[in-house]
Design a protein around this ligand. Sequence first.
Ligand code: UDP
Length: 308
Amino acid sequence: MRIVVSGAAGFIGSHLCDRLLAEGHSVVGVDNLLTGSLRNISHLAGRADFRFVQEDVTKPLRLDGAFDAVLHAASPASPKDYLRHPLETLEVGSAGTRNMLEVARRWNARFLLTSTSECYGDPLIHPQRETYWGHVNPVGPRSCYDESKRYAEALTMAYHRTHGVRTAIARIFNTYGPRMQLDDGRVVPAFIDQALRGQPVTIFGDGSQTRSFCYVSDLVDGLYRLLWSEERYPVNLGNPVELTIREFAEHVCRFTGAECALEHRPLPEDDPKRRRPDITKARTLLGWEPRVSLEEGLRLTIEYFRSL
Ligand code: UDP
């Protein structure tokens, strides 16, 4: 099949391209390199089944040929990146999603939106199920990301209902692995970088807030299965093992072999206090669940960051 991937030079987008190519599909990757990096796809250069187009999907798109599937993975995704680029973040969720949906409509292609657990905001229900409508501050600093993705979900459902596009929506929880940007501010690269440099590990707040971390190959497998399913409503994809940020810091220190000092910094505004996906739906519908343990995933990720 011929598949277009927006955000192809990003962390998840580039791993998606690898998986699609490994499955024998041909891929057109689109990225404006706002937060993505050509280094993430440099290993694909010269392949006959991969083409990279440096374009901004929020502008009218010039993509030639028919497509069987459209994967919309373009967006700044780390809090540091979307706080620095709030307007671009809103634009890629709105105009960008619409343009990608139009590509899917034009070619009668399947469409997959990579949405986010941020749709649940700072959740009042725990763990989060897809039926929960969320607790989002619509005007806070994170709203440019949260509301952009919520709008993207609404637009996707509207295209399905109005035009019959075969859409799918993945709500992605915290994901980590090689090709995350070392300086994107997210907790996984930040802690590994600090531990490897022998610097204090910066814990925001008291470190009692929780997250659950999914290794990227597991996540991509879930996305791949979801793309071919007939489910139109959102599906959570993430790892259900929940840790406090303090526990996570201790794991990173142990696995890097570093003697870590912990340094507390103020908790960012609207930082969700608890987050863990209920993945019953993905298990039942897609036969999917994460396989890579935190220990194994961190070993691979630390190896990657060490090589940088
Ligand atoms: N965090 C931290 N220290 C850091 C970076 C992040 O304690 O140097 C915390 C952050 O406050 C949040 C969690 O780690 O509670 C995950 O943050 P991240 O930016 O990775 O993603 P989020 O889940 O908030 O989108």
